[in-house]
Ligand binder design. Structure first.
Ligand SMILES: *Cc1c(COP(=O)(O)O)cnc(C)c1O
Length: 493
């Protein structure tokens, strides 16, 4: 598409003197006190000048360049880009939730406090953990909070030598990052060829300096760690706690519970599993749950239920402090609550099952074209390692079609690309997570498109390597954009 407006900044559409409106002369001008001369501009502000229609087309065209779950299939692995039901938005916009001030006092906040409390109770039921805080703002923030709980627990027992945390090599990058921010040293354990934690590697690092272990299950390869009871036993025997990265709780929602697997502390991403729109760093929520005996360390403020059934926002003395202002991103909690009540106990268990079915369906339909390094049942997502050699996926040949090329070519067909080059265990990772909200027709079209791209890679690799052909911007220089980004409009001289 190419027209007057497309791909232009509003400054580039500006015409000197062009106006959207003309106003009548101000009959009261004579009565105004003029702005003192020393405060007045000497040169006019560099503002764009445009008529209303140009402004309307400019912003409408820009909004059409957005891609989101509401425009198309978004199989971004590890991100759970599921459809976000619109009723959640309506409920979150109710004035009773948007207008109260958090300092209004318990008596004026009973509805909001009850919603927070009940969301925590539902999360406890779904995870098998005793209590939740919903104050953290994101998954990584939840990780930090959970690790601070683990540190507070060891410190409360005078066990100050536990300064190391075990993180498998398949972990999400936020795990080692949060651990470092929490002041813990990272000890890596290897994965087996089957993609699960290597028990011998784990045994070799256990000791009195281990604060705990962070795990994702199913892990970032989409594989369920079947040795989890054994792993939890080993870590507990050495005095550490088990941390569950539940950002991707989707595949096991309503099917099994981290608390039953032996985890002591976990976080959940409301903005993945519990259907809050996310992307672009928008508001999130990373609730943290703990097993019984660790509640007192959860951050302030906490929402407690009094014996008379009313709710109070409480400050607890043993808490690790505050990690957010008040009760976190409250609107996100409202969305999650609406989502949970919409599904109800009787339907919540379908989420994980359908997410797993969709992922396995895509994997099985495409594994003759794309390299599947770890075969077998996956959970909500899986990882291809680029194209199979018959389709030109040969790492040593510079003319071969890479995962980046496949991802770029998908854009031509109106799909969002899967996650690429993560996890780091393979050279050409292409990580696909369809979520439970996509129809079979959508999955079939996606499968047919990826098959077509594999055929194209064989027949005309140069064409695939030049993709995308139909997007407004084709292959930006990602490194240059990061290192020398232009964030301010500079008019051409
Ligand atoms: C998304 C994700 C996170 C981080 O969540 P943010 O809200 O982006 O901070 C952590 N771990 C895993 C496994 C994830 O998929």
């Amino acid at each position: 598409m190419n027209n007057t407006y497309y791909g232009k900044l509003i400054f580039e559409l500006s015409k000197e003197g062009r106006r959207g409106y003309s106003l009548p002369a101000n009959p009261w001008a004579a009565h105004h006190t003029p702005i003192p001369a020393h405060l007045q501009r000497t040169t006019p502000a560099a503002l764009p000048e445009a008529d209303e229609q140009t402004v309307a087309r400019h912003y409408t065209n820009m909004s059409n360049n957005n891609f989101g779950v509401d425009t198309g299939f978004y199989p971004l692995g590890s991100c759970t880009m599921k459809y976000n039901p619109k009723i959640n938005e309506e409920v979150a916009a109710l004035p009773g939730f948007t207008q109260p001030h958090p300092a209004a006092g318990d008596a004026n906040l009973q509805g909001a406090l009850r919603l927070y409390y009940e969301t925590g109770r539902i999360l406890s039921e779904l995870t098998g953990l005793a209590e939740f805080t919903i104050n953290p703002y994101a998954g990584a923030h939840g990780e930090l909070t959970g690790l601070m709980v683990i540190r507070a627990y060891h410190r409360s027992r005078g066990d100050v030598q536990r300064t190391k945390i075990i993180v498998p090599d398949s972990a999400h990058g936020t795990n080692p990052a949060s651990a470092a921010v929490a002041g813990l040293k990272i000890v890596q354990v290897k994965s087996t060829p089957e993609g699960t934690v290597d028990l011998d590697s784990l045994r070799s690092v256990l000791g009195p300096d281990i604060a705990g272990m962070m795990m994702t299950n199913p892990n970032t390869l989409g594989i369920f760690e079947t040795h989890i009871p054994e792993i939890a036993r080993m870590v507990h025997e050495c005095g550490g706690l088990m941390y569950y990265d539940g950002a991707n709780f989707n595949p096991i929602l309503g099917v099994c519970r981290p608390g039953d697997m032996g985890f002591d502390v976990m976080h959940i991403n409301l903005h993945k599993t519990f259907s809050t729109p996310h992307g672009g760093g928008g508001p999130g929520s990373g609730p943290v749950g703990v097993r019984s005996g660790l509640e007192q360390f959860l951050p302030n403020p906490r929402v407690l239920r009094r014996d008379d059934g009313t709710f109070t926002m409480a400050e607890c003395p043993e808490a690790l402090g505050r990690i957010s202002s008040w009760l976190g991103n409250f609107g996100i909690i409202v969305r999650a609550y609406a989502y949970l009540l919409t599904l109800g106990r009787e339907h919540v268990g379908q989420v994980g099952r359908l997410a797993v079915l969709g992922a396995n369906y895509i994997k099985e339909c495409l594994k003759d074209c794309y390299k599947l390094p770890i075969d077998g049942l996956c959970k909500h997502e899986f990882v291809f390692d680029g194209l199979r050699p018959e389709y030109g996926g040969e790492h040593s040949d510079p003319a071969h079609v890479t995962t980046l090329d496949v991802a770029k070519r998908l854009l031509d067909f109106g799909f969002h690309a899967p996650t690429i080059y993560f996890p780091l265990l393979f050279h050409e990772s292409l990580m696909i997570e369809p979520t439970e909200t996509e129809s079979k027709e959508t999955l079939d079209t996606f499968i047919a498109t990826l098959r077509q791209i594999a055929e194209e890679a064989k027949a005309d690799p140069a064409m695939v390597k030049a993709a995308p052909h139909h997007t407004p911007i084709r292959r930006p220089d990602d490194v240059l954009a990061v290192k020398a980004g232009k964030f301010v409009y500079q008019p051409e001289a």
